[in-house]
Design a protein around this ligand. Structure first.
Ligand SMILES: CCCCCCCC/C=C\C/C=C/C(=O)SCCNC(=O)CCNC(=O)[C@H](O)C(C)(C)COP(=O)(O)OP(=O)(O)OC[C@H]1O[C@@H](n2cnc3c(N)ncnc32)[C@H](O)[C@@H]1OP(=O)(O)O
Length: 332
């Protein structure tokens, strides 16, 4: 009997009988997903796993404690599910700036996966509990002065987060209530719709070049799919952070609202999207996103190796250290 993945547990759809991918050691191929049930292929969830719940929330699966279905919070993300509407809110609450650390990313993927497995949930609103910040992007300290094993683990978690959000069958809405650079912007871009607070002090964009690093191809693909080639090319090269009104003009976000109306508006937009038959919307979404998802899925290991060799370069380490130093000086 081979051992199972350390992440294998009651959250896995195949629990308590591990499927082939949950079993470690049967081949030399690494288990694809470190944080999530090994039996779920990374990327697009099979459409058959979503309930045919058009028009109303499906019933809670038997055996799941009701309290868990309504709200759960581990540490860095508060998750609330309104069973009557089938809409969950994932609120980032990782001070000071909701940076996407390995712990954050792991918790994010597990939380989203729990919602995916809950038949009562059809849509998710992503927002922040930290004033003025949606997410400050990838945690730069995870990319500085660490081992290659750490870089590999971290990058796999970043990939997993994107595959989960971009490939999610549920309706995903970003309620962007603060600044959202780089990885934070990627989360918003990966949703189906973006509503941002109408405040020019809040900015959003893929600013990697400002740090002396390069947005990976799947960040770029996601951006191009939202704003088009020309805007993406200029914005990416300049590492532009667009203040909210400019982000709206460029199509980086879909609408702006006053801060106090954000959650109400997100709920209203969600209701519009959920009024469509799930299967038709899901197949359409999958059709629109499949090529881009498949590109990373088929080059995942190569992408990790690229990340490791790029990040390990002394010149890149130096740029990241200088950037962190600049942030520290600014803050204190
Ligand atoms: C050939 C192809 C090869 C491909 C290889 C791929 C390589 C590419 C790899 C990765 C892509 C990278 C993606 C990213 O997401 S990188 C992160 C980009 N993020 C940023 O640039 C944001 C930086 N932060 C800010 O601008 C500001 O902090 C703010 C606007 C978010 C908030 O401002 P403010 O409220 O004034 O807070 P402070 O600046 O004072 O910050 C508080 C505290 O938090 C620290 N901090 C901020 N951001 C980060 C972060 N992203 N990671 C880690 N730590 C962060 C900041 O340093 C302060 O710390 P303190 O001084 O100790 O209090």
């Amino acid at each position: 009997m081979f051992p199972v993945s350390p992440n294998y547990g009651s959250g896995c759809p195949c629990f308590p009988t591990p499927c082939a991918q949950a079993v470690l050691g049967s081949t030399s191929t690494p288990v694809p997903c470190p944080a999530l049930p090994a039996c779920v292929p990374p990327g697009v969830l099979p459409l058959s796993r979503r309930p045919p719940a058009w028009g109303r929330a499906a019933r809670q699966p038997p055996g799941l404690p009701l309290a868990l279905a309504r709200a759960f919070s581990n540490n860095k993300i508060l998750v609330e599910l309104d069973e009557s509407s089938g809409v969950a809110t994932m609120k980032f609450k990782s001070p000071p700036v909701n940076s996407l650390s390995l712990d954050f990313l792991t918790e994010f993927c597990i939380s989203l996966e729990k919602l995916e497995n809950n038949r009562a949930c059809r849509g998710v609103i992503l927002t922040s509990a930290i004033p003025k910040i949606f997410s400050s992007g990838l945690d730069i300290t995870e990319m500085c002065g660490k081992s290659t094993e750490h870089y590999a683990e971290f990058w796999r978690a970043v990939q997993e987060m994107w595959l989960r959000v971009y490939g999610c069958n549920m309706v995903m809405i970003a309620a962007v209530n603060g600044s959202s650079p780089a990885g934070g912007c990627l989360i918003a871009l990966s949703c189906d719709y973006r509503i941002m607070v109408d405040n020019p002090k809040f900015s959003i964009g893929l600013n990697e070049t400002q740090l002396g690093i390069v947005a990976p191809f799947w960040f770029k693909d996601t951006f191009v799919n939202v704003v088009g080639q020309r805007i993406a090319e200029r914005s990416l090269q300049l590492g532009a952070l667009h203040p909210a009104p400019e982000a709206l003009k460029l199509g980086v976000v879909d609408e702006l609202v006053p801060e106090e109306k954000l959650q109400e508006r997100a709920a209203a937009v969600m209701a519009q999207w959920l009024a469509l038959p799930d299967h038709a919307r899901q197949i359409t979404k999958s059709m629109m996103r499949k090529t881009v998802l498949d590109r990373l899925i088929s080059h995942r290991e190569e992408d990790i190796q690229h990340f490791i060799s790029f990040t390990s370069k002394e010149s890149i380490q130096k740029s990241l250290r200088m950037y962190m130093e600049m942030l520290r000086k600014k803050s204190g």
